[in-house]
Structures are given as structure tokens and as C-alpha cells.
Design a protein around this ligand. Structure first.
Ligand code: GDP
Length: 304
């Protein structure tokens, strides 16, 4: 991820290194190259505009400091602004004061929600929590089975509809809102301290899906609503993120498929456009390919 962007920015800065002092024309030329590199990486146009505007302004007014040459100064400014558009500080998961903590996952189909449910469960288990996964994606025939597979791999139980099975484990079928509500109740009665609710995604944003997600939210009062977005989604990232921000008011973002070699514009756009922090990065199909997101480390990786 970001290999091309990284190369482009590095060569832009290399051209600056020979300059003793930067004229306004030098700064404008540099900012133009940065703008092109970001647009080619699929970063959303308004984010690019704001980013380059701020970098230009700061570069023009930067004091010539003894410690840094002009090129280093520009790199420092770009680094700081990258950290800023990526959300600034990293932010950990919010836990409920009274268990169970409810985490709801939302996003388009194929974004990586079910995989994330397993990754989160594994990582929470390693921290001593006792997560319960709840299969409220009843749209896709395979979704419940898939959640059971990741649950088993993570060593976390899955609360899922059992059509036709009577008894203690009988769960409402067909209605994802009822399943989600019953899942949280089950977590409470069986003393799981975290509940992770997997919800349905469609290929595109649609009103019915959004309403279902909002109904699940209203029925379960989540402590976190994590919007999972495929970092390879390109220029659609902003519209999709905005639709989910409006539809379910998510509290945080998870970037998935950051291991891809795509341009990664989504990563650089969603935090800024929605004003919600990126909490985690998913970097592969294995349950351990998962890490807390640190804006400063990501910026350093881009400028490496
Ligand atoms: P959902 O429809 O949102 O639940 O998405 P899934 O969790 O089913 O993921 C869709 C596909 O993407 C699956 O084949 C996953 O193995 C794959 N996937 C999920 N997360 C990642 C990731 O971080 N990197 C890569 N390379 N693949 C991923």
C-alpha cells in the first residue's frame, strides 16, 4: 500500500534537496507535484485541496531554522499534515462502564466485516476479554457459516440463528434486529464482557440496508459502531463513508485490505471527510493480520 505515493513524494523531496533556499515558485512546483501524487493515489479531491493549501501556506511562512534545511522543513510539514488528515492521535476502543461492551460492525458487502469480527475477537481474547460474536448478517446465505468459521478460529463462541432448533439456544430467525438484541441479552446472561455484532452489507449503499443497520443500533445501543472500509475502494470511499456516517453515525473506522498494492486513497480520505477516527488497520486474510491504527506511523510509512 502507498508504494507509488511514497515513491512520488520521495522523488519530489529529492528535487528540493539541492536548493539552498526555497522561492515561492519552488514551493508552488512542489505543491503541484504533491497534489498530482495524492490525486493519482485516489485521495478525495476536497481532502487534496485542503492538504495542499495548508502545506503551501505553512511552507511559505516557515522560518528558516538552523537545524533543518528547506527540503527537510517541507518534509516535516507534509508529515505533520498527513498525521492530521489521518486523524491526529490514535484512539483505542471504548469499553462500556458496565459489561457487556457492544461493538457493531457496518460496511459494504466484502469490506471485511466478518473477517474483522474474528480479528477483533482474537485480539480481545488475548487481552483477557471474553467476546461473543453475534451473526446479524442474515442477508447472505453463507454469512452465518462464515462467522462460525472465524469464531472457531478465534476461539470465540458465535450466537447465531438456529432455524427449527428448539430449546435453550433457540434464536429468533429471519429478523437481524431480534437476533442482535437477543445476542446482547445472551452475552449479559452468560457473562461475556464484549459482544461483536456482524451486520449485513450490500454491494452498494441502499436505504433498506441502512435502515436495518440503524434499527440494530437502536436495539443494542452499541458503545462502538465500527465502519469497515476496503482501502482499495478508490474515489467511492468518500460517498460510501458519508452515507454510513449519515445512516448509522459510526464512531470509528477500520481500514481493511491495507496489504493490497492499490493506491490507498480511502485511507487518506475517510478520517478527514467524516471526522471519525481510524481505530484499526486490517492487513491480510489471517486473523492476526490486524493492528491498532497509528496516524503518525502511517504517515512515516508513506514518507519513508
Ligand atoms: P464482509 O462481507 O464485509 O463480511 O467481508 P469478509 O470479511 O467476508 O471479507 C471479504 C473478503 O475479503 C474475504 O475473502 C476476506 O478473506 C478478504 N479480506 C478481509 N480482510 C482482508 C484484508 O485485510 N486483506 C485482504 N487481503 N483480504 C481481506
Amino acid at each position: 500500500m502507498f508504494a507509488t505515493l511514497s515513491d512520488r513524494l520521495t522523488s519530489t523531496f529529492k528535487n528540493l534537496r539541492t536548493k539552498g533556499r526555497l522561492s515561492e515558485a519552488d514551493i508552488d512546483a512542489t505543491v503541484r507535484e504533491i497534489r498530482r501524487a495524492l490525486l493519482d493515489a485516489d485521495v478525495a479531491v476536497p481532502v487534496v485541496r485542503e492538504f495542499t493549501g495548508t502545506v503551501r501556506e505553512r511552507a511559505l511562512s516557515a522560518e528558516v531554522s538552523g537545524a533543518l534545511n528547506p527540503a527537510q522543513q517541507v518534509v516535516k510539514i507534509v508529515n505533520e499534515e498527513l498525521v492530521s488528515i489521518l486523524g491526529g492521535e490514535s484512539r483505542p476502543l471504548t469499553f462500556a462502564k458496565t459489561a457487556p461492551t457492544v461493538i457493531m460492525l457496518a460496511g459494504l458487502q466484502g469490506a471485511g466485516k466478518t473477517t474483522l469480527a474474528g480479528k477483533l475477537a482474537l485480539s480481545l481474547k488475548e487481552q483477557g476479554h471474553t467476546p461473543l460474536l453475534v451473526a446479524a448478517d442474515l442477508q447472505r446465505p453463507n454469512a452465518v457459516t462464515q462467522l462460525k468459521v472465524v469464531g472457531e478460529r478465534a476461539g470465540a463462541p458465535v450466537y447465531a440463528p438456529h432455524p427449527g432448533v428448539a430449546g435453550e439456544d433457540e434464536v429468533p430467525t429471519g429478523d437481524p434486529v431480534a437476533v442482535a438484541r437477543a445476542g446482547v441479552e445472551t452475552a449479559r446472561s452468560r457473562q461475556h464482557d464484549v459482544v461483536i455484532i456482524d451486520t449485513a452489507g450490500r454491494l452498494g449503499v441502499d436505504a433498506e440496508l441502512m435502515q436495518q443497520a440503524a434499527d440494530i443500533r437502536d436495539a443494542t445501543s452499541p458503545d462502538e459502531i465500527l465502519f469497515v472500509i476496503d482501502a482499495m475502494i478508490g474515489q467511492d470511499a468518500v460517498a460510501t463513508a458519508q452515507a454510513f456516517a449519515d445512516g448509522v453515525a459510526f464512531t470509528g473506522v477500520v481500514l481493511s485490505k491495507l496489504d493490497g498494492d492499490a493506491r490507498g486513497g480511502a485511507a487518506l480520505s475517510v478520517a478527514r471527510v467524516t471526522g471519525r477516527p481510524i481505530l484499526f488497520a486490517s492487513t491480510g486474510e489471517k486473523l492476526t493480520d490486524f493492528e491498532p491504527f497509528h496516524p503518525d506511523r502511517m504517515a512515516s510509512r508513506i514518507l519513508d
